[in-house]
Each structure stands twice: as C-alpha cells, then as structure tokens.
Ligand binder design. Structure first.
Ligand code: GLC
Length: 482
C-alpha cells in the first residue's frame, strides 16, 4: 500500500499554491515488524493476503461510528452540574463512584432503539459499515454477556441485545458491522485501567476503592471472555474490532493473549489501539484529517458531528453538511476512510440534527459516490494545501495550512476533481496533467454532456458552466488514457 507515497512523488504543479512534494513526505511507512510474543496476522500474511483482507474496507471509504451506552442517561449533566468534556467520559470526569454509576443500569430502557432504522440511516448516508461501542470505558456491555453481569440484557429492564439486532439488520440490508471494545480502560471492573482526567490521583488514577484490583484478573475474567463472546455470538460479524486507549498496563505479553483470539478470525480487521506494540491494520487519527494521510498504512479518521461521541443533551455544536461532505472528500483524496459518529440518546433515538446531516451527505453521495467509493488518492497533492514558512506545530514542525479550492480522487480511467470553490473565470485550469485527458463532464449532469477542453503543452483547461451546480462540491470527471 505504497500508493500514496508513489503518487505524491509524481510532482504536479497545479493552479493553486505551489509546494514541493519533498516537503510533503513526512511520515515513514512502518519500521520492521517487532518481535511479538505471539505474531499477529499482520506479521505473518503476504502483501497479497493483506490486500484481499483489506479489500472491502478500502473500497468502503465511509462508515458510521455509534457511541451509545449508560452515559446517554446523564447526557453530560451530573448532580445538576454540566460536566465538561466528552459525554461518554462523564463517570471519569465527574469522579462518579462505581455504585452510583452502576445504578444507572436499572434506569436504562431505550425502547426507542430500532436497529432497522439505524442501519437504514447508515445506508441512506452512503455508509458501508457500522462500528458500535460494545463496551466503552465505563465497563457497561451493550450486549448479552455471560462473562459479566453489568450488561444491557442482565442489568436493565430493556433486556434486549442491540448488537444482535444490529447484526441481523446489517445482514439483511447488506452492510458490515464492527464492534468497538475498550479492552484496557474499565472504570467499573476491579483492576481495569483508568486514564487520568481532572484530579484523579496517581498511580492508579482510580477514584473509588471499588476500582482497585488486578489488571490480569480483569483481563482474564472480563475483557478476554467478552471479546470471545463478541467474536463468536454474532454470525458474520464483527468484521472490525475497534480497540481504544491502550495504557502501559497493556504489555506485549498481555496484548498477545488477545492476539491469540484475534488470530482465530483471519478476516478480521483491527485498529492500532490494542497496545503492547501491536500496530494492527489501521491508523486512527481522531478528530483530524492528516495532512498527507499515512503513507504505507491504511487509515481512518474518526470524527464527531458535534463535540462529543456519547450523547450530551446540550451539545448542539453540529458541523455543517458542507464540512462533513468536504471532510469525506478530503479523506478519500488522501486514501483514508471517514468514520463519522452518531450518539443516540437514552431512549435509543438518534438526534434529529445528526439524521438530517446524514441524509444530506447521502444525497450528495447518491450523485457523486462514484468519485469516492473504491477510488485511489489524488495524483496531484498540492491542492490539499501547503506548509507555512513561518507558523509551527506544537512539535516544532512547519504547520500545514489546508487549501479548500478542490480535491481529486482517481480511478483507472478517470480523474475526479471535486471542486469546492467554483472558478470565477468559468474555467478549471491545471498547469500539469498526470495523464492524457480524452474528455470531461460533470457527474451531476446525468447526460454527461461533454465539456470543452483545451490542452496545450502539459496544461489543461476545462470550460465550466458559469454557476456551480452544487455549492458544496461539484465533481468534474476527466476521462483519461493511461
Ligand atoms: C477516545 C476516547 C473515547 C472515544 C474514542 C473514539 O480515545 O477515549 O471516548 O471513544 O476516542 O475514537
């Protein structure tokens, strides 16, 4: 998967800010595989086997993250106080005692949850997979677990297993399902890890004696048995296990115990957050789009629509449809996937602003999906922006200033140009074109009426209609011969 690196070295000088691609080559592909106590599939498979395993995921480009759990009941407020930060961290941020948090379970009766509707929503948004929190850091399992009674079937009046219902619907509606599982942090199981926020005291960061215990016991009696349940009880799913927040407790030897289990599921894809030096399959930039993707690595930007993953009743800071669509395009142009979050409330209802935006993104994709799914990254690169000559990131490296005029994605016989800022002079101009262009049209034009082209030397001009057909992003298709 060295494609992006290869393509970005094919320097193209385009009609936007020029920058040298030597500058853009920051991150290196993986170092040599580490000597793991138990080799993971990534350590042993051939590149061809890996391509086959990752194929559906690379084609998918767009998935739904679902953060849903007991934290949707307090929804950001505890004892009458609005608790800052992300909603699913409320137990930690507000230092809620274990017994008080566990007392939420008997109140959890999300009868508005409807697996059919959620899967249909993902599909209407043009998403190809769903990843749902099977257990978040609060330790509450959103599935039927025999391994631990603190779960939605055994401990709530609801008694249903949403993961089972989602699995059935995903199969029926032809979309894939993965499970997020917090393997390391568990704030209600004795011995589970807790990362520090607020004033929790080191060394354990536990804020309640009930959290103290042996991490190994937690792993052996809860995390590993629950992962086994998740990997065995849901038919064709999960296709993804999404780990999170490994701490120093997750040593290579401990992670190896989990890897043994993962190795029994040779088609499974898992992310880079297991810990214990295992790199997994995917990089997981959180709440940002990496300036240059991750050359040599598969990656997925996970993002919220407002400022929280788990539902917070008063977080209404929703991104615009324009931002969401352009994020998706930006990510695809750099070769990544977009995992966009919804946070259902305590009744199981998806907030209306999230539904509205997903429908709008889906509408754009229904016209322009060809330019996103199963495409390769840009053949250009400079259109993404440039490094500031003066401003620096926190780490001292030059700051990347994104440009938002257009992006590009690639197919074997086409170059897609997703135009954000409609050129005022009615023409799209490239100084250099990486392939011979044989024709051009707009994806939004069902008749594919040919647009006038002018190619001279290495440059290209395409005559566009005076008005942008789509103010968010209009896709110009350049038909190419290789
Ligand atoms: C973080 C948070 C978590 C969230 C995750 C999503 O690491 O701990 O609450 O689930 O990001 O990427």
């Amino acid at each position: 998967m060295n494609l992006f690196r290869r393509t970005i070295t094919a320097v193209a000088v385009v009609a936007v800010t020029f920058l040298s691609y030597a500058q853009l080559k920051g991150s290196k592909p993986d170092a040599q595989p580490v000597n793991h106590p138990v080799p993971a599939i990534q350590d042993t498979e051939t590149p061809a086997q890996r391509d086959a395993r990752m194929e559906w995921w690379r084609e998918a480009r767009f998935g739904m993250f679902i953060h849903w759990g007991l934290y949707s009941i307090p929804a950001g407020t505890w004892n009458g106080k609005q608790i800052p930060g992300i909603g699913e961290w409320i137990m930690n941020t507000a230092s809620i005692p274990v017994a008080d948090y566990k007392a939420l379970a008997p109140k959890f009766n999300p009868t508005g949850f409807n697996a059919h509707d959620i899967v249909a929503l993902a599909k209407s948004a043009g998403m190809k997979y769903i990843v749902i929190t099977a257990k978040h850091h609060d330790g509450f399992a959103m599935f039927d677990s025999k391994a631990d009674p603190f779960n939605i079937v055994a401990a709530t009046p609801f008694k249903r297993d949403p993961l089972r219902e989602l699995a059935a619907e995903c199969k029926k509606q032809g979309i894939k399902l993965g499970f997020y599982y917090s393997q390391d942090q568990d704030w209600t199981a004795p011995g589970g890890a807790a990362l520090k926020t607020g004033d929790h005291q080191p060394p354990t960061y536990h804020w309640d004696k009930a959290q103290d215990g042996s991490f190994d016991t937690y792993l052996q009696t809860k995390a590993i048995p629950q992962l086994k349940e998740l990997l065995s009880n849901y038919g064709d799913f999960p296709v993804v296990i999404w780990f999170d927040t490994p701490t120093k407790d997750m040593t290579p030897a401990r992670a190896a115990e989990i890897v043994k289990l993962l190795n029994q599921h040779p088609n499974l894809i898992w992310n880079n957050r297991l810990g214990g030096t295992y790199k997994g399959d995917t990089e997981t930039p959180e709440q940002f789009i990496p300036a240059q993707g991750y050359p040599g690595r598969d990656w997925e930007s996970c993002m919220t629509m407002n400022d929280t993953w788990g539902f917070k009743s008063y977080d209404t800071n929703f991104k615009s449809t324009e931002t969401l669509v352009r994020n998706l395009i930006d990510i695809a142009s750099k070769g990544g996937n977009y995992l966009l979050n919804i946070g259902p409330d305590s009744h199981g209802i998806v907030p209306a602003p999230e539904i509205d935006r997903l429908h709008a993104v889906g509408k754009w994709l229904s016209v322009n999906g060809e330019a996103i799914y199963n495409t390769k990254p840009t053949l250009f690169g400079a259109e993404a922006g440039s490094f500031s000559p003066t401003e620096k990131e926190k780490d001292g490296k030059p700051k990347f200033i994104p440009a938002w005029n257009w992006r590009s994605t690639t197919a074997s016989d086409k170059i897609y140009i997703e135009i954000f800022n409609w050129p005022g002079n009615g023409s799209f101009h490239l100084d250099k074109r990486p392939r011979q262009v044989t024709g051009a049209y707009l994806l939004a034009d069902a008749g594919h009426k040919p647009l006038k082209l002018k190619q001279s030397g290495s440059s290209l001009d395409v005559q566009l209609p005076t008005q942008a057909p789509d103010p968010i992003a209009t896709v110009l298709v350049l038909k190419t011969s290789r």
